[in-house]
Write a protein that binds this ligand. Structure first.
Ligand SMILES: C[S@@+](CC[C@H](N)C(=O)[O-])C[C@H]1O[C@@H](n2cnc3c(N)ncnc32)[C@H](O)[C@@H]1O
Length: 237
């Protein structure tokens, strides 16, 4: 049975769902990815390499896992995480309060970012594009706030190409994850949404094309986690 909302209800549905699961989000993320997710995030940040005095933005930041990684590069600059689910950011405050330089959470929508044009050197987004109502519009917003020469990197779920791995991935993602997520978070609906939204998500070449259509140049991607996730990188010319 589908738990996916119709497009006109998606934003409210997603915001409420992440607000509900916020307290258990980090623990479940680590468990479900076997702890691989932080390595993927580190790799994403290396791809955009924020300058020491630069400005870095993480879109759909959730509990802010990207922020300490970005701030370690932009250590004399500014690091901002934006999300529309306040409880997710509230659960991540401890990750940024010890940072020596400017890092902040901002409440806002990825489809209407509360920042001027051309202001960020580096933009990351992880496991978010599956959740937005309009993927190309979200990439266009990131393009708008990136400065010319700035880079974006997007981490999202994918499906392994190898048939055997694909089967294992399907069993794990479609069967184990909803059960495990339901058990650990007490919210089985949210963890049925995860595999169902992943099934609908464009495969890496199609996502690359959406990024190009949104204005991004030099779009490339690589698969990680045996093809279970993809990292897309691009530049604003
Ligand atoms: C799966 S979590 C990912 C969190 C974090 N990026 C990470 O790597 O763990 C997705 C996050 O995207 C946020 N999100 C989804 N759609 C959004 C939108 N239109 N505007 C702002 N945040 C959004 C959700 O609230 C949630 O915190």
């Amino acid at each position: 049975m589908t738990v996916l909302p119709p497009p006109e209800q998606k934003a409210v549905y997603v915001e409420e769902m992440f607000s509900r699961i916020a307290p258990s989000y980090d623990r479940l993320n680590r468990t479900m990815t076997f702890g691989l997710d932080q390595g993927w995030r580190r790799h994403v940040v290396e791809q955009v390499a924020p300058p020491v005095q630069g400005r870095a933005l993480d879109v759909g930041t959730g509990t802010g896992d990207f922020l300490p990684l970005l701030a370690a590069w932009a250590r004399e600059g500014l690091t901002v995480g934006v999300d529309f689910a306040l409880p997710m950011m509230q659960n991540g405050v401890a990750k940024i309060e010890h940072l020596p330089h400017h890092a902040a959470f901002v409440n806002g929508d990825a489809l209407c970012l509360p920042f001027p044009d051309n202001c960020f050197d580096a933009i990351t987004t992880g496991f978010v594009m599956r959740n937005v109502t309009h993927i190309r519009a979200a990439f266009r917003e990131m393009w708008r706030v990136a400065r010319p020469g700035g880079a974006v990197a997007c981490l999202e779920v994918a499906q392994p190409r190898n048939p055997l791995l694909r089967l294992g991935h399907w069993l794990y993602f479609q069967q184990v994850v909803p059960a495990l997520g339901g058990l650990l978070s007490g919210d089985s609906r949210a963890y049925r949404y995860l595999p169902q939204s992943a099934r609908r998500f464009p495969p890496p070449p199609a996502l690359a094309e959406l990024m190009r259509q949104a204005g991004w140049s030099e779009v490339r991607y690589r698969l990680v986690g045996f093809g279970a996730a993809a990292i897309h990188v691009a530049v604003k010319q």
